[in-house]
Design a protein around this ligand. Structure first.
Ligand code: 8DG
Length: 130
């Protein structure tokens, strides 16, 4: 099965994290962390910074590796590196998602996450002691 390498940004603000609802494609309407596929030669962190600039038009910093999720979808295997981070400059101007939502720590399960993201949210709960 084909492996797709993705980097995802868990953007933190105060006690909240940013969730995004996909606006197109196979997983339309599912909730995820902003990010996208690694380009050749890129590290996960580099892809994360580039994707967030392209999608949300902000710069991110303070990246901290959280986990890598391995998930088998029907038609591909996803290997997704996840980083927590903060916005270091700019104001979000979303060019790609249907919705964005800042979730408080007690709202993490209020959205319908993509299957692979369930594990990420569990890791987040562990990391932040919820
Ligand atoms: N960005 C992102 N993708 C995720 C998450 N969870 C998850 O299963 N995925 C899957 C959905 C997609 O199949 C793949 C990421 O593709 P993408 O469409 O965001 O990447 P991209 O912008 O580089 O790609 P493209 O649309 O230009 O082809 O990973 C997540 O939390 N964030």
């Amino acid at each position: 099965m084909k492996t797709v390498h993705v980097a995802a940004a868990i953007i933190r603000k105060d006690n909240k994290i940013l969730a995004a609802q996909r606006g197109y494609g196979e997983f339309k309407d599912g909730w995820e962390f902003p990010g996208g596929k690694l380009e050749s030669g890129e590290t996960g962190a580099q892809a994360c910074i580039r994707e967030i600039d392209e999608e949300l038009h902000v710069a991110i910093g303070d990246l901290e590796y959280l986990c890598t999720v391995e998930h088998d979808y029907e038609s591909f295997h996803l290997s997704m590196e996840c980083f927590t981070c903060k916005i270091s400059s700019g104001t979000i101007n979303d060019s790609e998602h249907e919705n964005l939502c800042w979730l408080e720590s007690d709202q993490l399960w209020d959205v319908d996450w993509l299957p692979a993201d369930i594990q990420v949210v569990k890791e987040l709960e562990k990391a932040f002691g919820h």
